[in-house]
Design a protein around this ligand. Sequence first.
Ligand code: DQA
Length: 146
Amino acid sequence: SLVAVLNGPNLNMLGLRQPHLYGAATLDDVEQLCAETAESLGLAIDFRQTNGEGELVNWVQECRGRAAGIIINAAAYTHTSVALLDALLATELPVIEVHLTNIHAREAFRHHSYVSKAARGVICGFGPRSYALALIAMADLLEDTR
Ligand code: DQA
């Protein structure tokens, strides 16, 4: 099955961006980890990043009929975007929300997530491993629906 792994704004800056919070790994490193993990689970991935809210909405819409599930780190749009939530609800695909950091241990404005309302589950706080754990969870979900 094909799983879309979608990344939102500023995640292209991983490795350079507040490394005390987000670590030294780059987005390429995260993609590499996802590719290896997916391969071991028998999944294929389409890994993407954009800084644009509209582009993220377009990509979510395009997943319908194309992907079996969506893993999404919507970054700051997690906390702001009703448009993204509506797009995720419309896909009717299993969605897993991921974050590198534990958003609940950070500023209050990061505690609320619109994405969570469309998600089967949320994995946050494990750095790049959050993505690998999400792929394992997605493989389980897709096996259950087979
Ligand atoms: C993030 C957490 C968000 O609050 C923040 O805006 C990000 C990254 C994370 O992966 O920890 O850009 O989604």
